[in-house]
Design a protein around this ligand. Structure first.
Ligand code: GLY
Ligand code: MN
Ligand code: MN
Length: 441
């Protein structure tokens, strides 16, 4: 796959990120475990996807590896443990970088075969004041690490040094991952450009009589054709009342005259994820109810995007969307009461049950902190990327609170979401996904 930027640029970014983390952890040692492989069925595996923290710091894309950052160590600050070259294994399972090339290509000060982990790891821990590690999915490795720590604690009194605490490395690293650097933004923009093309083709294709899976197939074809790894998450192509199921992925229905089609799909490009939703009528014509609800979701989304600015608390854009949606539901007679009270009592939730966005990047729901204290939301800062994705979902069997009216049949079965990916800039924001039209026509 032809990357949008030279490998050397990426290697510089990985090095800068390791440097930034090492400045934060000072006298500690940070340890990262690669992702395990996952079984699809019997002895068939899913495509491997590296752990995002591991990838963020190394770009190294193989399983059964360990990365160590030991800023205090006299000789080696960046250490890789990797699978050695093995022609037989590689014939079956694919190319391995191997020990020698891991050092040269990935900028490690030293690389060892993974089988030598127990032998070499202690020397990078015994002078550290703490261990930074995220207890992860690989329980056997969690245990390996805890055993090393236990051994070092047992011998601390004779040595006078060693880690006295274990800290989740996410508390240091995920503050860095929340602020995207230039290489990350370039990769994210590429993932988005591919996804924009797919959404625009999907809109052209959709018509009554077509199947949801035909649209899905065309979009995912465009992803792969353009060098994306594939969908960033299972594509949602939801027509008619399927749009009221938030994580609908069956995608097998034949679209009918009068349906809206909700498409929530994005590509993953070199690990960076687009996340875009559009909703439109399959025959190009909104019913009156569909149009009124679409206008409402769109104005909620515009009000929310306006709140995406440096220093705004993270929750401001969610609050803005909830307010506009609740006001609109009252204006349409779908909710009855005073807006502030309806919001406080969350009476809008049968129509809008999810939050208005999330951090976006290496993970679709990306690493980062939404709150920094019990009552304090994280302030947005330049380099953050969020999704802004309000919606309204009037399922056929919607039930409101007891003090609310019955929802008339003509509104039922309509589901709408509009989702854009938004970069916080030093002066405001940039909607990265603006090339997929969303205006009412
Ligand atoms: N497509 C996943 C999400 O919107 O969060
Ligand atoms: Mn999303
Ligand atoms: Mn989405």
């Amino acid at each position: 796959m032809q990357l949008t930027m030279p490998q050397a640029t990426l290697q510089t970014s990985y090095r800068q990120r390791r440097q930034a983390l090492m400045e934060k952890i000072g006298g500690g040692t940070a340890i990262f475990r690669s992702a395990p492989t996952a079984v699809m069925h019997n002895d068939v595996e899913y495509n491997f996807r590296q752990d995002s923290d591991f990838f963020y710091l190394t770009g190294f894309d193989e399983t059964n590896a360990v990365a160590v950052l030991a800023p205090h160590h006299a000789e080696h600050q960046f250490i890789l443990f990797v699978q050695p070259k093995d022609p037989l294994q590689e014939t079956w399972h694919g190319y391995r970088v191997g020990v020698e090339a891991a050092k040269e290509r990935y900028g490690a000060d030293i690389a060892y075969p993974i089988a030598e982990l127990d032998e070499h790891l202690p020397k990078y821990l015994e002078q550290a004041d703490r261990i930074y590690y995220r207890l992860g999915r690989d329980r056997a490795f969690n245990q390996t690490l805890l055993t090393h720590w236990q051994n070092l604690l047992a011998s601390y009194s004779k040595r006078g040094t060693g880690p006295v605490a274990l800290e989740d490395v996410g508390f240091q690293l995920h503050h860095l991952r929340m602020v995207k650097d230039d290489s990350e933004l370039a990769l994210l923009r590429k993932a988005i450009a591919i996804s924009v093309e797919a959404h625009n083709v999907a809109r052209e294709m959709a018509q009554p009589g077509r199947y949801e899976h035909e649209i899905q197939a065309e979009m995912e074809y465009i992803f792969r054709k353009n060098g994306a790894q594939g969908p960033a998450y299972p594509s949602i192509v939801a027509s008619g009342e399927n749009a009221c199921i938030l994580h609908y992925t069956t995608n097998n229905r034949q679209m009918q005259e009068g349906d809206l089609l909700l498409i929530d799909a994005g590509a993953a490009y070199h690990y960076y994820n687009a996340d875009i939703t559009r909703t439109f009528p399959v025959n190009g014509q909104y019913s009156q109810e569909q149009r009124m609800l679409y206008e409402l979701v769109l104005s909620a989304q515009e009000a929310a995007i306006a709140q995406v600015q440096p220093s705004q608390p993270y929750n401001a854009f969610h609050d803005a969307a909830v307010r506009v949606l609740t006001e609109g539901l009252v204006a349409l007679g779908l909710l009855v009461g005073e807006v502030d009270k309806l919001i406080e009592e969350e009476k809008y939730k049968p129509f809008y049950m999810h939050r208005t966005g999330h951090w976006l990047g290496l993970d679709v729901h990306d690493a980062g902190f939404y709150k920094i204290a019990k009552e304090t939301w994280q302030p947005l800062q330049a380099g953050n990327v969020v999704t802004v994705e309000p919606g309204l979902y009037i399922s056929p069997d919607i039930k409101l609170a007891e003090d609310q009216p019955e929802v008339p049949a003509r509104w039922r079965g309509i589901g709408i979401r509009i989702e854009d990916d938004v970069l916080v800039t030093p002066t405001g924001h940039e909607v990265l996904t603006s090339n997929v039209p969303k205006a009412l026509n």
